[in-house]
Ligand binder design. Sequence first.
Ligand code: PMP
Length: 351
Amino acid sequence: MSKFWSPIVSTLKPYVPGEQPRIANLVKLNTNESPYGPSEQALEAIRAAASADLRLYPDPVALGLREAIAARYGVSAGEVFVGNGSDEVLAHAFAALLKHDEPLLYPDISYSFYPTYAGLFGIEAIEVPLNAAFRIDIADYRRASGAIILPNPNAPTGIGLPLAEIERLVAEHPDQPVVIDEAYIDFGGESAAALVPKFDNLLVVQTFSKSRALAGLRVGFAIGQRVLIEALERVKDSFNSYPLGRAAQAGATAAIKDERWFETTRGKIIATRARLRSELERRGFEVLPSQANFVFARHSGHEGQALAAKLRERAVIVRHFAKPRISDFLRITIGTDEECARLVAALDEIL
Ligand code: PMP
């Protein structure tokens, strides 16, 4: 608290990002990054962007990147919005689409940035509990009078909803924006981007941070009909007209075009996830069914926080959440097979 602060600053509950520790020989399975380096074509494009042209401002509307994303998802460039990571795209969506006199609905348990944004923009939120199986039940959202946001697959559970259920949710709320946060969709889910031509209330948000292995570049995007995208553009141009630098635009454009790299790496991650799941189950873990690049698992004989601490002593970092219903779980990012083997070896010492 300071006399210099505006009143809202003292009420903010900022998001706490996962740790980026500097420990030698670390197995880093705590922030759902890709264990593989990005597409070589993306790296090449970034290197090429590191030229004297950096003296020039980037394209403020990132047209080349939006065209490349649009081509991949079968929409027009006008139906694509890009930003500095999907966190920024989500922040703009909160600012642009949410009404202050109608509460926002999102799941409890879910991505902890949602309550942070709700607080930042002064929006009342109703948290809708997951059912007993840690699943989102869209019937629980019928009472919504304001906007709805859900991740599909959900985080940190990893559990996905079938596209038919997302469609039902969107169809049931024609007068309210429904934001589907698809940060992890490429690891086994079906994107709702295909529904965009049918529904003017649907905004689909994705990221280059996970399935494109470009978390460090900070690029995210949204797909929706013009009426929603225009709202995001108005917020962006009132905030920072140049959210994406030249290197980010060039790298992301090359990355979205490199289907071969994309299919190979996501296939590897999905295969490793299945192997890790059975290794964990063999050691007595309950593992929720994951469609993401992480698993959410608990062991009846070991408390989550203690287990995370013991793994850390062995230079394996996973994520533990102190929240009541999930405090016995660990969220473990899918690493390479070798990293997962090191995790399992560490568990064998501990259990
Ligand atoms: N949505 C969800 C559900 C996430 O877990 C994350 C990653 N922390 C994001 C959005 C944001 O990712 P980024 O800003 O890197 O695109």
